[in-house]
Design a protein around this ligand. Sequence first.
Ligand code: PEP
Ligand code: MN
Length: 327
Amino acid sequence: MIVLMKKHATKKQTDRVINKIKEIGFKPHIDHGISTVIGVRGDTSRFDPDVFYMDGVEEVKRVSKPYKEVSKEFHPKKTVVKVGDIEIGGAYPVVIAGPCAVEDEKQILKTAEGVKKAGAHLFRGGAFKPRSSPYSFQGLGEEGLKILVEARAKTNLPIVSEIMNQTQIDLFEKYNIDIFQIGARNMQNFDLLKAIGQVRRPILLKRGPSSSVEEFLLSAEYLLSSGTRNVILCERGIKTFETAYRNVLDLNSVALIKELSHLPILVDPSHGTGIRSLVAPLSYAAIAAGADGVMVEVHYKPQSAKCDANQQLNLTQFKALMKSIIK
Ligand code: PEP
Ligand code: MN
C-alpha cells in the first residue's frame, strides 16, 4: 500500500502518517519526490486503507503488482546502487568485466590489469562455480576469493563474485567482496535470498533461465522485503526452442523492467549468447534497450579457459568493445 501526500503537505502531517503506519505494526518507506510517497511495508492485503486518510494525504492506493517494494508505484525514484564512486543506475553505463572463473593468480592479475586499462569499472570472477556436471571445474573456493582480493588491491577495481549458499556469507564478508552475485540457478533459492537480503552489501541478482519477468521481480522482492535496497538486476538470457546459441538474450525484459521497477538492470551478453562474436553487438543492443550497463566475460587467454571458453573475449576484443560503449 502507498500513501501519496499532497504536494504542499507539511512535515508534521507526513510525520503523523508515518507514526500511524508504525503504530499499526507496519514499516514506512519514505520517498521524497515532487510529492512525498510513503510506502507501507508488509502484508497490507487485509488492511483498510481508509485509516491513512488524514490531513495532508492526497490518496491511499494499493500496489497493483504482486511485487511491492520492487515496483515503481512503491518507490517512483530510480534506485542508484553505489560501490565506492561507481554508480550503478546512474548517468552512465557501467561495465563489469572478468573471467568466468578464477583459475590462478596469473590469469586473474593479467586479466584484471587488462580490463582496468581498457576502462572497466568493476572486476568479476567466480570462485565458487555452479556447473552442470559434477566432474567439471568447480572453482578454487576461498583461494579464489583471496586472488580476487589481490587483483582489487593491484587495480583498485571493486570485485564481484557469486555466492552459492548461506554458509558462505561470512567468508564473503571476511574478504569484503564488493558485490555479492546470486547466480541464475539460485534465483529462486528463497532461503538464500532472505539471508543475503539482510546483509548490507550490493547484490547482483541474475535472472533464472526458465523464470518469467514476474518471478524475477518477486525474487528481488525477497531481497528488498528482507531489508536491503542495494539490488541490481541482471538479465542473462532464457531457454527457448532455439539451439543456435546458448540462451536467448531477452532484451524485452530490460525495457519492460525499466517501466515496472526502480531497480537498476544490467545485461550479461556472454551467458546470454554463449558466442564470443555476439557479445559486442548484444552489449550495444542492451544499452540501447535501456540497460544500466553490461557484465562481460573476459579472459587474457580465452582458448585455455577452464569454463565458458567460447564466450569469453580476449583483452583486445574487450578494449574495442569498451571504446564503442564509451562512445
Ligand atoms: C556467472 O555469471 O558466472 C554465471 C554462472 O552466470 P549465470 O548464473 O547467469 O549462469
Ligand atoms: Mn561463465
